[in-house]
Each structure stands twice: as structure tokens, then as C-alpha cells.
Write a protein that binds this ligand. Structure first.
Ligand SMILES: NC(=O)c1ccc[n+]([C@@H]2O[C@H](COP(=O)([O-])OP(=O)(O)OC[C@H]3O[C@@H](n4cnc5c(N)ncnc54)[C@H](O)[C@@H]3O)[C@@H](O)[C@H]2O)c1
Length: 307
């Protein structure tokens, strides 16, 4: 069988990880790859930093036309969709805790607030915490949020952001879900160890009874609630992510002869712009063009006024 040059298209860096471990024999044929999500890009950067990464990879997630829209509006909407389909609870008036105020968290918080929930944000990054405060949300730490929250959604890409002590503090009936990449954000083992009983009460909803008499409802076993309990992001937002994937692959293949160093690359700015322009066109939205006079004014360092 003749070996063909290959490219990889990943979502979470699992394929790249496999190529660097179990299937190293295929690595020589790989021109490069693309990576869809935040968690995958973090893993690739770690591979680049310790010198493990053997092929160039484009961080599609970092394109503005990806994370600004897919992570924020796509995850925001589909996470609410997943929670509502699974539980059918009334969100208006509920205290809704969003853990992680990154691109996904911002989207989830905004949708929850839009439907009338009281949003509480938990963040570790001072800038993002401050942004959440000025966006109008209550910001606090997990210890306090656990005691006041009625619904909890994790979107951090991090490990055990909800742990046993948080479950112990939650009020009766608390609903807990994850929208981050893996099912590690919620310490499910700790919850299982604490619980006196577990019962599936609706599709995708497990009721954990704790010794303190309170019940915790875990959605989708801590997996991505928007995928497990709904249908993921609408196609109208994934189109931009996939356009970035396709155009980045084209860019990689076009430059295959250049022997690009094995590192994590940004999506070229012209691709990002092209995707935004195409999306606007598809939506029938008109873009204002700069006049020649305005172009000249912006390009000049001498002109402060027009006098
Ligand atoms: N569900 C989906 O369909 C979907 C879509 C896109 C991305 N994701 C995943 O969602 C996760 C978040 O993505 P993002 O683009 O918002 O990332 P991001 O880096 O923009 O945001 C993550 C935020 O979590 C914060 N954080 C980290 N540890 C924390 C902790 N212990 N407590 C509170 N905050 C903490 C970080 O400071 C950061 O602001 C990633 O795992 C990503 O792969 C999921």
C-alpha cells in the first residue's frame, strides 16, 4: 500500500496524542494538523513546550471567528438547551452559578441572565473576575457560591472545580452540569462516595441523596451537557469553526514544501477575516467600507485634526 501524506483534524488533541504515542509509525506522513477546542490547544502547547510536538498544528480555537462565536454563542445557547431539555426547570429567578468566565462561561452567563436567572460567577483569573463584575454579575469563590447556588455549570477546562466540600454545602435540589471539554470538572467520584443512594430520575438526570438529606441532580454524568442532553451547537455557528478548519488545512497543505517547524500556529489573520466576511455575506449583512480619505487619515501619523 502506497503511503499518502496526511493531515489531522482534531477536537481535544486525542488524534495528535495517539500519533505521538501508539502510532508514531504514521508521523512521518503527517503534514500537519488543526485543533478545534480550547482544551486541545492547551495540550498542544504543553507538547510544544516540552519538545514532544513533531508536526505543525494550527490552533483553530484561537481564531476570532471560532472562539468568539462557537464558544460564546454556541456553547451558551446549547448548554441552556441541554439543561432545559434534561430538567424542564424554570430558570427565571434561580441562582445560577457559572464556574469559569472564559469564552464559554461568558456565553452561558449571558444566556442564563437573559432568561431571568440571578447569575453568580466563580473565576480564578482576576481580569475575568473583574469583567464579570462589570458585566453585572455577582462574583465570589466556590465555597460561597456552593451554598447559594441552585444550578451550577462548569466551563473551565480544569479538574475538580466542583468537589466534595462544595456538594456538601449545596442546597437541596441543586442541579449540576458541565459544559467544559471533559467529564473531570466535577468530582463525580467524591459525589458517589458521599451519596447514600443514586437514582436515574429522568433521562440524563441522576439524583444523588446525601447523608444531610439533600438531593443533588447531576446532568449527563458530568459529560458535556450541551452534547449529551441536547444537540450541540447549531450549524449556523459551527460553519465558521469548520470554515477555519478547512481553510487552515488548505494553508498547511499549500505550505507543505516549506518544512514548517513543528509548533502551534495561529490561524492566519487573512483566513479569520475571510471567514467573517463570508459569514456576514451569508447572513445578508452589509459591511461599511472605508473611504479613501478615511483610509489615508487612519494611515497617517501626522494628522491629528483635519485643519
Ligand atoms: N461544550 C462545548 O461544546 C464546548 C465548546 C467549546 C469549548 N469547550 C470547552 O470548554 C472549556 C472552556 O473553554 P473556553 O473557551 O471558555 O476557555 P477559556 O480559557 O476562555 O475559559 C476558561 C476559564 O476558566 C477559568 N478557570 C480555570 N480554572 C478555574 C477554577 N478552578 N475555577 C474557576 N475558574 C477557573 C479560567 O481562568 C478561564 O477564564 C474548555 O475545556 C473547552 O475545550 C466546550
Amino acid at each position: 500500500l502506497q503511503r499518502q501524506p496526511m493531515v489531522t483534524m482534531d477536537d481535544g488533541a486525542d488524534l495528535i496524542s495517539m500519533l505521538h504515542t501508539d502510532r508514531r509509525d504514521l508521523l512521518d506522513d503527517v503534514i500537519g494538523g488543526t485543533e478545534e477546542t480550547t482544551t486541545g490547544v492547551i495540550r498542544l502547547r504543553a507538547m510544544e513546550a516540552d519538545g514532544t510536538l513533531a508536526v505543525p498544528v494550527v490552533a483553530v480555537n484561537d481564531a476570532m471567528t471560532k472562539h468568539f462565536f462557537d464558544n460564546r454563542y454556541g456553547t451558551g445557547q446549547s448548554t441552556m438547551d441541554g439543561i432545559l431539555r434534561a430538567t424542564n426547570v424554570l430558570l427565571a429567578g434561580k441562582t445560577f452559578v457559572v464556574i469559569g468566565y472564559g469564552w464559554c462561561g461568558r456565553g452561558i452567563a449571558r444566556k442564563a441572565a437573559g432568561i431571568g436567572a440571578h447569575v453568580v460567577v466563580v473565576e480564578v483569573d482576576p481580569l475575568k473576575a473583574l469583567e464579570a463584575v462589570m458585566d453585572g454579575y455577582r462574583v465570589t469563590d466556590m465555597a460561597e457560591a456552593a451554598a447559594i447556588g441552585q444550578m451550577f455549570v462548569t466551563a473551565t477546562g480544569n479538574l475538580h472545580v466542583i468537589n466534595g466540600s462544595h456538594f456538601a454545602a449545596m442546597p437541596d435540589g441543586a442541579i449540576v452540569a458541565n459544559a467544559g471539554h471533559f467529564n473531570v470538572e466535577i468530582d463525580i467520584k467524591a459525589l458517589q462516595a458521599m451519596a447514600e443512594s443514586v437514582a436515574l430520575v429522568r433521562a440524563g438526570v441522576e439524583e444523588y441523596k446525601l447523608p444531610n438529606g439533600r438531593r443533588i441532580y447531576l446532568l449527563a454524568q458530568g459529560r458535556l451537557v450541551n452534547l449529551a442532553c441536547a444537540e450541540g451547537h447549531p450549524a449556523e455557528v459551527m460553519d465558521m469553526s469548520f470554515a477555519n478548519q478547512a481553510l487552515s488545512i488548505k494553508w498547511l497543505v499549500a505550505g507543505a514544501g516549506e518544512n514548517r517547524p513543528a509548533k502551534v500556529y495561529a490561524v492566519p489573520e487573512e483566513i479569520d477575516k475571510q471567514v467573517a466576511e463570508l459569514k456576514l455575506k451569508a447572513m445578508g449583512v452589509k459591511l461599511q467600507e472605508l473611504s479613501e480619505e478615511q483610509r489615508k487619515y487612519l494611515a497617517s501619523w501626522a494628522l491629528g485634526t483635519t485643519d
